[in-house]
Design a protein around this ligand. Structure first.
Ligand code: ADP
Ligand code: MG
Length: 910
């Protein structure tokens, strides 16, 4: 079709022209009340938007067309953006009525997933970022030496937030995971593997925009380029050039007021794997709830974005963390203050995006009114926090911008119309000239209103009427029977069936005056409005500062609300190992949580069992126990407590003493990886490599069944080596859930390795998990025990115990006690003695060991599971009685020796 362009209809030719210029976008063409797409584009648009395709025919053949109704455009545009299309909107840029032939059209907007600014197309409570990764050379060879390899920049075009950093390939991966861009630009020379992890749309840009000089020239419009690294300059400059392009290319984006340069190491580092593993923002299985959803009690979009950012980049500065805790505590302790603030916040509109629209010249009168209403809510917030010491700083930033609010209020009516070109926007009394023009129009209308009365009197025609039509304007109507009484100065305007319509010179004059005045008034209003908008735009720094304060107040009071409603506690932040002062003296700078809970799991698990965590700095806790016993949950709740604490939040526990952690690592063994698809052993090992390279004594490492993706022997060996390394070299505080029970003997050889376990029990014929963490290792054959509890026939259970024992002796005697089932901790509690006590004295293979008698095992488990803290004396007595009865029965069974059918209760295998 393209080679026969001269044969196309003029409009289609125009379309093809535009489509060629915007060949990376779907071009939508304004035709009447539709945005139309043609040919292949029509097929795609129709498919994605579920619209009807229309077959058209012309001399070149048939082609498809499809149209998006303009009134409903956002809905369809959103679908296209979600499907990762760029959309170029070509609007009519001349009045169709004045066009002499084909209406001129031009692209007025390029919408892309990462750069949209339309309210309807954006998620309110989260940022939409476009990011850019570039090398210092930006394609040319100079300038790269000695600098960090990559610059990473991101911008939210709707709010103007823009920031940049630099680092190596791993840092790029980590940053992209945290930014979560909707769209990504890559400079020439960026190894595709570096940005492999970013799951978003890629946008190609002209390599020239990555030239160091070109990028610098763009960045100069926003910031002092000298402050940045070479790679940062290229990334930020190229990114801003793209942002300008998508916003119509008419100069710098005024509302990007600052290009922040940041160091990712100044926040708690969470890489992609950790963000995913801890389900901070994304959930892979089950409930669909994330940590963010759970604690998000914000009242404004502004606050919601802020809280998200806090959770994404928790702090590592102890003072800053404690300052947030102070503020949260202040809100948590003062219910009234908190409620007043939150009520006021509910009236707040999205100041950042409002400011963005105002600066872009896209705000309408309602937006200014929204700004006004938001400013009007500020004094209430400020007053509510007036006497709270911990909130003094944020209070100081809550400037209600009275001058601005009064200005808007004086200018704009309370409920302005959507359109800013049709008048009705500006208040009376705001502008003398406008008032005068309006009064001219009003007087004219009054004169006309009285005309009927006057003309009836003058002419004696008592059914004479004055009216108005859009086409003919004002008229005086006289019925046919009265026509002979019409005076000379009446001129005929229109003849109807039963009447004639007239006008007089004076009426005509008045009419012109009214219409002229109204038109002028509308134009004046528009001008006054645009002026006002510019004046407000000049205040965008002050609005930005206020937005920042409102966002903080919202996020802080939200954290306090979450803390109160969910019963979280303020963590005490312990001094770091090298910190002077504030040291507690006992040198106990580890993680200490009493009765901690998993913030997300506890929401859906009404019987959530709290657990303690005592992990002095550098502890490696090996956590064993059957599947589904609670290992993963426990490890994550410890990590989430750390993340929450450093984000400024209280934590779900009864008491909490927490250190400042530099990084949280989570690695989930391949077979346990729920992300699916890409989970291979190779990836598991690659992730483990990162941990081993980067973990420090200040890090918290979670390893969940690592080593599972390969053979048992290899996996066990890798797991053992990794633990030894983390303990001896990295010194990282580590939680390692493992089914390699053999690892638990590491506790004997290493100071800081401890064993913990989760156990299962049987109740009412079903295996249940107690979800309670205990000291020591689980019995090595807990798998067999669960099989037993679940009702697997005794003979099979016995045989399995045999095999386990045989395997143990084959594997050699690594454990100091010569038996892996031995508890590793010296202080043994009643329940541990109950579960495993016999093992110490009698080898598991011993015939007739009571531990392998199902009745005894069941009894012991139940005894162990009896929670004394939750048992009344009477219940305890009853339980004791019941236990006694069962013990007697078990004894009988043993005496009876039901092994005459071949089952060997002791599993001795003789
Ligand atoms: P594991 O890692 O040992 O296989 P999980 O941690 O995945 O076990 O826990 C399995 C399930 O048990 C969870 O989905 C949760 O519903 C429940 N669970 C875990 N810990 C607790 C707890 N402390 N209290 C109550 N239920 C829990
Ligand atoms: Mg698990």
């Amino acid at each position: 079709m393209l080679d026969r362009r001269e044969e196309l209809t003029p409009m289609l030719a125009q379309y093809v022209d535009v489509a060629e210029r915007y060949d990376d976008a779907v071009v939508l063409f304004r035709v009447g009340d539709f945005y139309k797409a043609f040919c292949e584009a029509a097929d795609e648009v129709a498919r994605i938007c579920e619209l009807t395709r229309i077959e058209r025919e012309d001399s070149t053949g048939t082609y498809t067309a499809c149209g998006i109704p303009v009134d409903n455009a956002p809905k369809y545009l959103k679908r296209l953006l979600d499907a990762e299309y760029r959309v170029a909107v070509a609007d009519q840029v001349e009045d169709p009525e004045e066009a002499s032939g084909l209406v001129e059209r031009a692209v007025t907007q390029v919408l892309t997933p990462g750069t949209v600014v339309e309210e309807e197309l954006l998620a309110a409570g989260s940022n939409t970022y476009v990011a850019c990764v570039a090398t210092a050379a930006g394609g040319s060879e100079k300038e790269s030496e000695g600098n960090p390899a990559y610059g990473v920049a991101h911008v939210d075009v709707s709010t103007g937030e823009c920031a940049v950093t630099a680092g190596d390939a791993a840092a790029v991966d980590e940053e992209l995971a945290r930014i979560g861009p909707a769209e990504l630009l890559c400079g020439p020379g960026v190894d595709p593997a570096v940005v492999d992890g970013a799951d978003c749309m890629r946008t190609e840009r002209d390599p020239e925009t990555f030239e160091p000089d070109a990028a610098r020239a763009v960045l100069d419009r926003y910031a002092e380029s000298e402050r940045f690294d070479a790679a940062e300059r290229v990334a930020a400059g190229a990114l801003l050039s793209y942002a300008e392009y998508t916003q119509g290319d008419d100069g710098p984006l005024e509302y990007v007021r600052r290009v922040r340069r940041y160091d990712p190491r100044r926040s708690l580092r969470l890489d992609a794997t950790a963000l995913r593993g801890l389900e901070l923002f994304e959930n892979h299985v089950g409930s669909g709830r994330t940590l963010f959803d759970t604690i998000d009690e914000t009242r404004s979009a502004l606050g919601r974005r802020r809280l998200r950012a806090w959770l994404r980049r928790p702090l590592v500065d102890r003072e800053a963390i404690e300052a947030r805790h102070d503020a949260v505590a202040a809100f948590a302790e003062r219910t009234l203050v908190r409620e007043d603030v939150r009520e006021a916040l509910s009236a707040a509109y999205d100041l950042e995006r409002l400011a963005g629209r105002i600066s872009r010249g896209r705000a309408d009168a309602r937006d200014l009114r929204s700004l006004h209403d938001t400013l009007a809510a500020v004094p209430a917030i400020r007053d509510a926090v007036a006497d709270v010491e911990a909130l003094a700083e944020v209070r100081a930033d809550l400037d209600p911008l009275d001058d601005l609010r009064e200005l808007i209020d004086a200018a704009v009516v309370e409920e302005p119309p959507q359109e800013i070109t049709d008048g009705g926007v500006i208040r009376a009394g705001y502008d003398d000239e406008l008032d005068e023009v309006r009064s001219t129009a009003r007087e004219g209308r009054e004169w006309i209103a009285n005309l009927e009365e006057r003309e009836r009197e003058r002419t004696g025609i008592d059914n004479l009427e004055v009216g108005y039509t859009q086409v003919h304007g004002y008229f005086i109507e006289v019925t046919n029977g009265q026509l002979d009484r019409v005076p000379d100065d009446y001129t005929r305007r229109q003849t109807l069936k039963n009447s004639e319509r007239f006008y007089t010179p004076e009426l005509k004059r008045r009419e012109d005056e009214i219409l002229g005045a109204e038109e002028r008034a509308d134009a004046m209003e528009y001008e006054l409005f645009a002026d006002l908008r510019d004046r407000v735009a000049e205040e965008s720094d002050r609005i930005g500062a206020l937005a920042d304060a409102v966002a903080r107040v919202d996020a802080l009071s939200a954290l306090a609300t979450a803390a109160v409603e969910r019963d979280y506690v303020r963590p005490e932040i312990v001094a770091g190992a090298d910190a002077t002062g504030g040291d507690t003296g006992d040198n106990d700078d580890g993680i200490h949580l009493k009765r901690s809970r998993h913030p997300v799991v506890e929401e859906t698990e009404p019987e959530f069992v709290p657990n303690d965590a005592d992990l002095p700095r550098g502890t490696v806790a090996l956590i064993t126990g059957p599947n589904m016993s609670g290992k993963s949950t426990y490890m994550r709740q410890v990590a989430l407590a750390v993340v929450l604490s450093q984000a400024g939040s209280f934590v779900p526990a009864e008491t909490a003493r927490l250190p400042v952690v530099d990084r949280v690592f989570t690695r989930v063994g391949a077979s346990d990886d729920i992300a699916g698809g890409e989970s291979t052993f190779m990836r598991e090992m690659r992730e483990l490599t990162d941990v081993l390279h980067d973990a420090t004594g200040d890090s918290l490492v979670l390893l969940d069944e690592v080593g599972r993706g390969t053979s048992t022997t290899d996996g066990r060996a890798i797991a053992r080596a990794a633990v030894e390394f983390l303990h001896d070299e990295a010194g990282a505080t580590t939680l390692f859930a493992t089914h390699y029970h053999e690892l638990t003997d590491l506790a004997d050889e290493h100071d800081r390795v401890v064993n913990r376990h989760f156990a299962a029990t049987e109740r009412d014929g079903e295996v249940t998990f107690l979800h309670r963490i205990r000291e020591g290792a689980a019995s090595s054959s807990y798998g067999v025990e669960v099989a037993d509890l679940a009702g697997v026939p005794d003979s099979v259970v016995a045989r399995a115990h045999d095999l386990v024992a045989a395997d143990r002796s084959d594997a050699g005697d690594r454990s100091a006690a010569g038996d892996d089932t031995v508890e590793a901790t010296p202080q043994r509690t009643l329940d541990e003695i109950a579960t495993n006590g016999h093992d110490t004295s009698s080898p598991p293979a011993a015939s007739g060991s009571p531990r392998h008698d199902p009745a005894v095992a069941g009894l012991l488990t139940d005894l162990r599971d009896l929670s004394l803290a939750e048992t009344t004396p009477l219940e305890a007595l009853n339980s004791l009685h019941e236990f006694q009865r069962r013990a007697e029965e078990a004894g009988d069974v043993n005496r009876d020796g039901y092994d005459d059918d071949g089952a060997v209760p002791g599993g001795g295998g003789q």
